[in-house]
Design a protein around this ligand. Structure first.
Ligand SMILES: [Zn+2]
Ligand SMILES: [Zn+2]
Length: 281
């Protein structure tokens, strides 16, 4: 355990699979932009990070800059990624860019940030909450998870980000949504995709990990693999609340997370005592 990532468990989380070096505007990848993220990773006792800027800022991504960063920081695994949104206007270009650069990317997140309105992400805080006013919350949930299945079906993602983001403002369905969630997780499993455990939910109005305990249970039953993620929009948010996440994972008995290299997934132990995968025969 390090001072930066204290935990009452013997877990050591080592990977942050959701980060935004560009924040919320195009900022071309340079060593000056990226190095603070690497320094932060080291400080937080991480050994692996992925850059996953929103697809609408793909113009800022430079694989050459990532290569140079790798060369200067050989002790860390630095992965190239992107977050594919369901932006009805801008994500068409993002999808095309991902197709063109698929072989250079290690990892693609799939995210649902848009419902019926094309002009506003529903997860804008606090403004996005107006999209829920006077609406049937159960219907919104059903519609949201339908969109999650749609992006999972795109064939362009390795992992679903914040899979129950729809709860962000604290709206809860009245009906039992197990069936919809279960069907969605079955679909994710059938596509062999992972989902993330994201601490970002703890800094939002809902103040709850993404996803909920019930979804974690269902995902475990179905054998869906997890990544660990902070959704940091600044390097100071990297690995935020990972000690708290480690405790949660120890309660659930989640002892492995997955990592990706060129979209190829591998499981890695986050707690001692997990047998290493048998050698390839
Ligand atoms: Zn997102
Ligand atoms: Zn994000």
């Amino acid at each position: 355990m390090t001072a930066e990532q204290p935990s009452t468990t013997n877990y050591q989380l080592f990977s942050d699979y959701h980060t935004h070096p560009q924040g919320h505007r195009v900022q071309p990848y340079t060593q000056a932009l990226l190095q603070p993220w690497v320094d932060s990773a080291r400080k937080m006792a991480l050994s692996e990070i992925v850059f996953t800027d929103h697809d609408r800022y793909h113009a800022g991504i430079s694989f050459d800059a990532i290569d140079r960063l790798r060369e200067g920081n050989l002790d860390l695994r630095i992965r190239a990624g992107i977050e594919l949104d369901n932006d009805p206007i801008r994500s068409a270009a993002g999808r095309k860019w991902i197709e063109q650069h698929w072989n250079k990317l290690d990892f693609v997140l799939g995210s649902v940030h848009f419902l019926d309105r094309a002009d506003q992400m529903f997860d804008t805080v606090p403004a996005g909450a107006e999209q829920f006013e006077g609406k049937d919350i159960d219907a919104i949930y059903a519609d949201y998870f339908r969109r999650v299945r749609e992006i999972a079906a795109s064939g362009l993602v390795d992992c679903l980000a914040h899979v129950d983001l729809i709860k962000i403002h604290g709206h809860r369905p009245s009906a039992e949504i197990d069936a919809i969630v279960s069907e969605t997780l079955d679909f994710i499993r059938s596509r062999d995709l992972a989902i993330e455990l994201s601490t970002a939910g703890w800094r939002k109005p809902v103040n709850e990990l993404y996803p909920s305990d019930r979804i974690i249970e269902l995902a475990m039953e179905k054998g869906v693999a997890f990544t660990t993620a902070s959704d940091a929009h600044s390097h100071v948010q990297l690995a935020e609340n990972f000690a708290r996440l480690a405790e949660k994972m120890s309660i659930f008995g989640i002892r492995e997370v997955c990592v990706f290299e060129k979209h190829r997934r591998e499981l890695r132990a986050v707690s001692p005592g997990v047998a290493e995968a048998p050698p390839f025969l």
